[in-house]
Write a protein that binds this ligand. Structure first.
Ligand SMILES: [Zn+2]
Length: 459
């Protein structure tokens, strides 16, 4: 998982873009993967501020950029059309170094699975792109397996090196992959977790990964799954940092272009539903697991490979936002005090698209002391400590839960607020509430592994 996805976005623009230097973004005219010249608009989110660009003062000027989701009829890739310059996108980046226990356990499980499945030994080499502080690679090191991390953020690469994870500080792409291959890097596994969605030059990135693979090697990528985003109406994961939203169909086409065959796929619970995809050099004629054909067929049958499918998604998103705003207005009219919980990037997309402002909400609570004292981009709501929930003068009757992916953890942390009659309004995947009365039922429900780590802290 990349802490600083900035570093994995190729700062160059792709051919076929219109530059707007004044606004420091480009609108891609062609598919980011196959180059198809006519993309279908799925959802226009309007001009919105950068989701992670928290403000230092309520009146700090902050730029807005267009944000629109599009579908490629050529290769089925869902993508945003706007590419904001990395220096602008990440200029106000707050860095969070913590990984949750759940995420560390997930990384350990992935390493153990690969060691077993690929018979990795002391002679093997595992390369991870966007390797962060080595939270994943350290599991291979512990098993005596050779590793190489590639991490673009210098401070994080230094942390990894200090912790005994050999790490190159590089901005990964075709050139770096080919250079490392020339230097003799031949990987049994190339790993990339939660990095593909941030990559502007997709083809260069995959070509670079393919260049470092042994003929018998495997590339393993994890990324949030478009199917889950659509099924659960998780439209708030759309923001400028997330350039692509992958189906297996789109990944399959991308990898095939670089001589890689998708040999297996797993659906995993992280980040609201993700895919773990295994890809191997076509020259090795890898055995392809039945799960691949099965998921590709599922995507065809549900319509994920056609534009009409996404029109229904867009309507559902509009309905969901309308229902939320109606509910908030009704509560407000009844004299309720309202606020939000979780100053997340997701929340920024939701509030800006739905038009939720200071006329409806008083403030946003967030546990992160790094975010407290800042203001949300767009509606400039103050970000405050959840301690205010204990103050009778400030305590809202209900809180819109912007970090719905952490619903259970937050509900447990704020048990006293709920026991005092407070409510969480959860907007996604459908409008519902969490109160002391239904908390036990929530605890019993199936638990997806929440996202975590730096991306998640912001997600
Ligand atoms: Zn395409």
């Amino acid at each position: 998982m990349s802490t600083s996805p900035a570093a994995n976005i190729n700062p160059g623009t792709t051919p076929g873009t219109t530059a707007d230097t004044a606004s420091r973004y480009v609108i891609e005219q062609r598919c980011r993967s196959c180059g198809h010249g006519s993309l279908d608009l799925v959802l226009d989110l309007g001009r919105v501020p950068l989701a992670n660009n928290l403000l230092r003062t309520a009146d700090e000027p902050h730029p807005r950029f267009p944000l629109s989701l599009a579908f490629c009829p050529g290769c089925s890739l869902v993508q945003i059309r706007e590419t904001v310059e990395p220096e602008v996108l990440f200029g106000h980046y707050l860095y969070f170094s913590s990984f949750s226990q759940a995420m560390l356990a997930h990384a350990k499980g992935e390493a153990e699975m690969l060691i077993r499945r690929r018979n990795l030994t002391r002679d093997s080499l595992v390369v991870e792109v966007a390797s962060n502080d080595g939270y994943l690679l350290k599991n291979f090191v512990a098993a005596g397996i050779g590793v190489l991390g590639i991490e673009p953020a210098r401070n994080i690469a230094e942390v990894a090196s200090r912790n005994g994870i050999p790490t190159r500080c590089e901005f990964f792409g075709r050139d770096v992959g080919q250079r490392l291959a020339r230097e003799g890097v031949r990987a049994d596994c190339v790993l990339g977790n939660n990095v593909l969605a941030h990559v502007a030059d997709l083809n260069g990135f995959v070509a670079g990964a393919a260049a470092m693979l042994k003929p018998t090697g495997v590339a393993v990528f994890e990324f949030p799954y478009l199917g889950d985003m659509i099924e659960h109406a998780e439209f708030d994961t759309i923001y400028h940092e997330h350039l692509c939203y992958f189906s297996l169909t789109a990944i399959n086409a991308l990898f095939a272009r670089h001589g890689l065959i998708v040999s297996d796929v797993e659906r995993i619970a992280v980040h609201g539903g993700s895919l773990r995809v295994f890809a191997e050099p076509a020259g090795a004629s890898p055995v392809v697991a039945p799960a691949v054909a099965s998921l590709l067929a599922h995507e065809r049958q549900t319509g994920m490979t056609t534009g009409a499918f996404y029109a229904r998604f867009a309507q559902r998103v509009r309905d969901l936002c309308d229902a939320l705003v109606r509910d908030l207005r009704t509560r407000k009219a009844a004299g309720q005090k309202l606020a939000a919980y979780g100053a997340s990037a997701k929340g920024s997309t939701l509030m800006n698209f739905a038009g939720i402002d200071a006329t409806l909400l008083d403030f946003i609570c967030d546990l992160s002391t790094a975010k407290q004292g800042h203001f949300a981009p767009g509606n400039a709501l103050a970000i405050v400590s959840p301690d205010v929930l204990r103050d009778p003068a400030l305590r809202p009757d209900a809180l819109v839960l912007l970090s719905w992916n952490w619903a259970r953890e937050i509900a447990r942390q704020q048990r006293a607020y709920l026991d005092g009659g407070g409510e969480f309004i959860v907007p996604i995947p459908h409008l519902h509430t969490i109160s002391a009365a239904n908390l036990e039922a929530l605890d019993r429900s199936a638990a997806p592994v929440g996202p975590s780590g730096p991306l998640a802290a912001r997600a």
